[in-house]
Design a protein around this ligand. Sequence first.
Ligand code: AMP
Ligand code: MG
Length: 403
Amino acid sequence: MLTYQEARRAVVEEVARAKGPRVTANVSVWDALGFVLAEEVRTDREYPPFHRSTRDGYAVRAAELSARATLRCVAEIKAGDSVTQPLARDTCAQIMTGAAVPDGADAVVMIEHTNRDGDSVRFERVALPGQNIVPRGSEVKLGETILSAGARLGYAELALAAQVGATQLRCASKPRVAILSTGDEVIAIDQQPGAFQIRNSNSVSLAAQVRLAGGEPVLLGNAADRVDALREKISRGLLQDVLVLSGGVSMGKYDLVETVLKNMGAQFYFDAVAIRPGRPAVFGKCGDTFVFGLPGNPVSTMVTFELFVVPAIDLLNGTRARDLALVEARLGAPLNEKQGLAHFLPARVEWRGTTPEVKALPWQGSGDVAALAHANCYLVVAADRGQVSAGETVPILLRKDVI
Ligand code: AMP
Ligand code: MG
């Protein structure tokens, strides 16, 4: 049985190996959050486009203030004003944040450090050349590549693209991820469940996780635990880049997913991982489609998606598989878990001062979605640990969707 690190590596190796040419599309910068750039972005202007004042105050020649404390104010420059006149000797210009500093001026003195009487401005301190001015072109140069192919587009990247006129971005088309739940007990969420039926919450969490990871969910509903039903739905899933199944991969008599996939020509890279929850997770390939068979218990489904499906979506987007967002925290209450499996426990981290402190939440095991909905991280207990004392440092995997 692979460790979760080995299983992740297997996913990364197989998906990276099979990566063919990607389909790309132009995406408006307004809609491109979460996309991955397929082409670099170059600037159409330098930035800032002029020497920009970072303060409300007075533009001056710094050297003049070491000789005298008072200058005559001859102009007012606000953001957006065209500035063509150089600053005359022994004068200053009132200037606003974001405005262009006139030629000749080499410093801006904050208004708080001045006293004004009519046109006369008295300066309470000397100025250093360059203070409170961002020079033209100091942030980005004209024609410079500011975002490379493979960059994941978050809000700062989108703002940067917008600054330099890139309103349409060439992006990787999002990998299409088919989502298929399985189980005779599972019904659509808009139906009224019978006493022993379960609403299909996994398809909801999986669709959300696919979106967060940068994929496009394709909902296939639910397949009953029968070979014919599974074959029919799986064959539809195999039209997509990735097929994620939930349920039907354990050892029960009606856990048919792996067998059906095998009979449909799938090749498997692993069919169990040394983790709890999530041990029966399966990863393989059928035709050109990567297939993940995730256990149906909701928390297992969520954990195994984070660990194994996210890196596949990254690679199919043409970017590197992101690292797990593991950070260290101080354990707030002792733990006693079975050794041999790495545990991912629903937990809450809180920052008291700057030190994160984490506590596992009470839970009923891998079916307990309510516990995970109160969690903002998973507490990771290494397979060789078992007992961990309060005060020890432990790794936690952040739930980036809620933190
Ligand atoms: P399985 O992995 O098929 O043995 O399912 C394990 C547990 O997860 C069972 O209690 C199922 O009822 C539950 N389960 C399976 N599929 C879903 C689903 N799509 N949504 C919510 N719970 C599910
Ligand atoms: Mg089942």
